[in-house]
Ligand binder design. Sequence first.
Ligand code: PEP
Ligand code: MN
Length: 272
Amino acid sequence: IKISKSYKLASRDFHPEDTVIDIKGVKIGGEELVVMGGPCAVENREQIMEIAKHVKASGAQVLRGGAFKPRTGPYSFQGVGVEGLEWMAEAGEKYGLVTITEVMTPEYVDVCAEYADIMQVGTRNMQNFDLLRKLGTCGKPVLLKRGFSATYDEWLNAAEYILAGGNPNVMLCERGIRTFETYTRNTLDLSAIPVMKQLSHLPVISDPSHGTGRRELVATMSKASVAAGADGLIVEMHTDPDNSMTGDGVQSLFPDQFDTLLRELQQLAPLV
Ligand code: PEP
Ligand code: MN
C-alpha cells in the first residue's frame, strides 16, 4: 500500500505495540471484543434507561446514544442536548456500562467529557480540526469515525491531530463510505479494518449500522467485521425503532436481535 505517512504518532512504525485503552476496566484493543450498543439518539430518560437494561443483559459493555445529533437538514430533530448527557450518565451508572456520545463542537467538549466516558467524533466532523485539537486535551478516549469520503491517509491524519494534542487514547471507526451504490446507505469498507490494523496501532471499531443502513444486514456485517480483525463494534439498537426520533430506526436492531447477535459473536471472540 502506497501511503504518504505524513502522520507519525498514529503509525505502527512509530508505535509497534497495539494500543489498548482501558476504560473502567473495559479494555479496547486487546484480546476481547467490545460491543457498544444503544439508540442513535437519546430521546428521553425512560427510553435510554430501558435500552441500557437490554444492552447490559445481552452482555455488551458500552452504551451508545447521541444527545447532540449532526443532522443533514436543519429542521430535523437535533438531539435533546445536555439533559440527554445526564440521562446517559445515569443509565451507565445504574447498569455498570461505559458510555459513548457524540460531540460536535469544541465548545461542547468539556460538558460531554464531564458526563460520558468516550467522545465520539462523527463522520461529518472527521476533519473539524478545531474539534480534534480540543479533544487532544479533553482527558477522555475518543472514537474517531472515518469521514464518508475520507481516504485512509486523511483519516489517520485526523487521528494524528488528537494524538499530537496529547491524547493517546484514540479508536478508529469504519462506518461506511460513499460509493455509487444506493441500495445500502453507505458501503462498509471491510478492507479498512485490516489496513488500519496494519498501518496503525490504534484499536479499530466497525459500525455496521451506518455502514449498511439496513437492519437485516447488521448481524452479517458485524460478524464479517470481527473476522476482518475489528476490536469492537458499535451497533444501533432501539426498543421501538419504527418510532425513533431520527431516521436510523430502519438500521436499528430490536433488543432480541441484538441479544442474538451477541450470542453469535461469543462464538467468534470472547467478550470482555
Ligand atoms: C451516529 O453514530 O448516530 C452517527 C451520526 O454516525 P455517523 O457520524 O457515522 O453518521
Ligand atoms: Mn445514527
